[in-house]
Ligand binder design. Sequence first.
Ligand code: PMM
Length: 264
Amino acid sequence: MTGIWGILNITPDSFSDGGRYLDLDIAVARARTMRAQGATMIDVGGESTRPGADRIGAAEEQRRVLPVIEALTAEGIPTSIDTLNADTAAAAVRAGTRIVNDVSGGLADEHMLATVADLDADIAIGHWRGPSADMYARAQYTRIAREVASELRDRVTAAAVAGIAPSRVILDPGIGFAKSGPQNWEVLRGLDEIVALGHRVLIGTSRKRFLADTLDGDADQPRRDLATAVTSALSARAGAWAVRVHDVAATRDALAVTTAWDGA
Ligand code: PMM
């Protein structure tokens, strides 16, 4: 059964900017809800990777995520850390996180791969061609699914050279990262190229712009969540090991339907 990673973004625009403990309580409650809805992992992030987003410092990032990870670990709720920073990855693993989710696949921080190699953690390697501020300028491909697979294979090699066992690597084609709307669909359509690399595959389409563009330009959140459930179910059928979503319940139901279909 395909796993569901529930997204927990601890960023000022996602939570109340009241007191720190209020933020912590809200974040932990949100994680508990997603866990009860069927999330197999809570993906905790303290820095937005949205196009054009400003980078924050590692200290501020850790101030946001570490208390949440500690609280969830104490409750036995498994977490991953969505970060580009090696220091944050190491601190999160020390606080109990099991998987480092680096959308840059170790390219944003030259210390990331060596740091993860020294930790008891898996790593999700995303396909990435550069910082979000100018990533669309890098969206030049001829056969995109094949090129994404080949660039991911290079990152697996870099991870192995750094000392990370291949069995520890999860691959993510990085939907929306240096890819236009039509290119995202091509990657999803060609997912078998990435599944064929033999690693666990993670897919994150949740609420991304290409879904809204496919609907009618500015579909609201419920419509994006429905579209996400569909792309997540189709990703599961194409061999995804897990999907990363905001609306866990909708995707859980969509996965249950495809499982019933396939099991009939
Ligand atoms: N997308 C975002 C953030 N983190 N991690 C993985 N592994 N895959 C993704 O596609 C991904 C990610 C950006 O989305 P958000 O701003 O909604 O978190």
